[in-house]
Design a protein around this ligand. Structure first.
Ligand SMILES: Cc1cc2nc3c(=O)[nH]c(=O)nc-3n(C[C@H](O)[C@H](O)[C@H](O)COP(=O)(O)O)c2cc1C
Length: 189
């Protein structure tokens, strides 16, 4: 199998990280990979904000956690077992949102092509991280910080901008077992 196919197959969402900082050149390579993603009309409708600051990271956990818990509430009735499992993780982990990753990369999009194009940048970034021996994860719950003015200001988030990801990056702690993947549904005509 060639390297791209094997990276696509082996990449995992990593939820436990070493505290070791990721070298700046690696973060830049990951962003460069995101920036090389295809985009509608070549609009490149994204910008990137890297958060490594511990104090801001902590504020983001505090802002996102109650919003994440609210979003998870319907699970309480639809899948109580899963809900309990997740709530346990919220109690046990110091950072159940960004998993204590040393770098959090916000992909911030704007304009008509952002919705379809920015996720492509995100996947490129996660594959690039894998290729550099780093773990990553798209943590949508980590985007639930928009009601916090101080964080909005730090990200310079405008009204017409939308957050994709964020993509957390760091050195994986332990090995992440692959989740079950369904075989692809394919129809040949
Ligand atoms: C749009 C999107 C949002 C996600 N948000 C979260 C999240 O908030 N927290 C989390 O732990 N994982 C999140 N994930 C990771 C998924 O749970 C993960 O991709 C899935 O379980 C499959 O595992 P794999 O990435 O290792 O193949 C998200 C993934 C995507 C694509």
């Amino acid at each position: 199998m060639n390297e791209i196919l094997s990276a696509i197959r082996a990449r995992r969402s990593v939820r436990a990280y070493e505290s070791k900082k990721v070298p700046k050149e690696n973060i830049n390579s990951i962003i460069e990979a995101g920036n090389n993603a295809p985009s509608g009309m070549n609009s490149q409708p994204w910008r990137f904000v890297v958060v490594e600051d511990n104090a801001l990271h902590k504020k983001m956990i505090e802002a996102a956690t109650p919003n994440a818990k609210t979003l998870l509430t319907p699970l309480k009735t639809s899948n109580p077992e899963r809900y309990e499992q997740i709530m346990k993780r919220y109690e046990e982990l110091q950072d159940p949102i960004y998993y204590s990753a040393p770098a959090i990369i916000f992909v911030i999009g704007r304009g008509p092509y952002a919705d379809l194009s920015c996720p492509l940048a995100c996947e490129n970034m996660m594959l690039a991280a894998y290729s550099l021996g780093l773990g990553s994860c798209w943590v949508q719950f980590g985007s639930l910080i928009k009601d916090n003015e101080e964080i909005r200001e730090a990200l310079e988030l405008k009204e017409d901008e939308k957050i994709f990801g964020p993509i957390i990056v760091g050195y994986p702690q332990g090995v992440t077992e692959p989740p079950e993947k369904k075989p692809p549904a394919i129809k040949w005509i």
